[in-house]
Design a protein around this ligand. Structure first.
Ligand code: P6P
Length: 323
């Protein structure tokens, strides 16, 4: 079985980029270990603090964030980092070429109930010599990403990653502490009958999203002509992984609970990396009205509506928004 470094070399990934990816992976291996320890390590539960998103930080949110931040800002090839858990971007090396954004522990509301969580990361190249503590150097659209990935801390710890040549899956072999290639060339089925959305928000959605879900629930007799199944794990990493494995559509649309917010999920370290992975696996990713990776960010914590997965189903949802 090929190790991660062998796959990156075969994909002709620049040595500096490989060293940045390796630092992300080293931090994620430590996060995986701490999650496995759970209560035994005394690191479950919440802190007294809120992050810039206004969300109460779990102890493991902070621990995971600090592991990734400390590794990356001391890497000579990293200009800076942006994190869901950091108010501002953090400078690394002035000579660093790469910018890394991440959600250190996505789905952390699942931690204390022992359900899957994940780390999501995205890597861009600095386009000028601005310091990494100036968020403007990060504000590039998702098409500029040179790598994107996630680590899913599930029954096994899986690294799913793309550097632009398709999507590979690596499984953490805990006997040697290495991620080894277990699947390559992932292709998302183009059609699906399985949707993932938080139905409790239904009354807050735009009419177009309400209509699509209503039509899904009408089943074979309805306009979509098939019986749909539903899943909701409240962990984007787990939902995206299921979609990579068997198809599906994941939606977190805009809703009017807080009309000032474009959506719940964040563009730079959730929407964009997951969109690169999904598109590299033959799927599609849209706000409902445009491709997510074409959205021009205005701030490191910008939010975005998300509709991603099997490309023919995403096209249907976009069609509802065009009517
Ligand atoms: P809700 C986790 O907090 C997250 O950012 C995504 O991983 C997940 O898909 C979504 O929010 C869950 O949101 O409103 O259902 O709790």
């Amino acid at each position: 079985m090929k190790r991660l470094d062998q796959v990156l070399a075969a994909d002709k990934v620049p040595a500096e980029l490989e060293l940045v990816i390796n630092d992300v992976i080293v931090a994620c291996k430590d996060i995986a270990y701490k999650l496995r320890q759970g209560e035994l390590a005394g690191i479950l539960g919440a802190t007294e603090d809120e992050n810039v998103q206004g969300e109460t930080q779990k102890k493991l949110d902070v621990i995971s964030n600090d592991l990734l931040k400390d590794m990356l800002v001391s890497n000579p090839f990293v200009r800076g980092i942006g994190s869901e858990e950091e108010d501002y971007t953090v400078a690394g090396s002035a000579q660093g070429k790469y910018l890394v954004t991440f959600d250190p522990l996505d789905g952390s509301s699942n931690i204390d109930v022992n359900l899957s969580v994940g780390t999501i990361f995205s890597i861009l190249e600095a386009q000028d010599d601005r310091s990494g503590d100036q968020q403007e150097v990060f504000l590039q659209n998702g098409r500029k990403q040179v790598a994107a990935g996630y680590v899913l801390y599930g029954p096994s710890a899986l690294l799913v990653m793309t550097t632009g040549n398709g999507v590979n899956i690596f499984t953490l072999d805990t006997t040697v502490g290495e991620f080894v290639l277990t699947k390559s060339g992932i292709q998302i089925p183009e059609d699906t009958a399985e949707f993932a959305i938080n139905m409790s928000n239904q009354r807050f959605w735009e009419p177009e999203m309400k209509q699509y879900i209503d039509d899904c629930l009408k089943g074979e007799e309805g306009p979509l002509g098939k019986r749909y199944n539903m899943r909701w794990v409240a962990s984007m990493v787990a939902e995206v992984h299921r979609i990579l494995m068997r198809g599906g559509i994941f939606m977190y649309p805009w809703d009017n609970r807080d009309p000032s917010k474009a959506g719940k999920l964040r563009l730079m370290y959730e929407g964009n990396p997951m969109s690169m992975i999904v598109e590299q696996a033959g799927g599609a990713s849209s706000t409902g009205r445009m491709d997510i990776m074409d959205v021009q960010p205005e701030g490191i914590h910008d939010r975005v509506p998300v509709v991603l997965g099997s490309k023919n189903e995403v096209a249907k949802v976009v069609g509802y928004h065009k009517k």
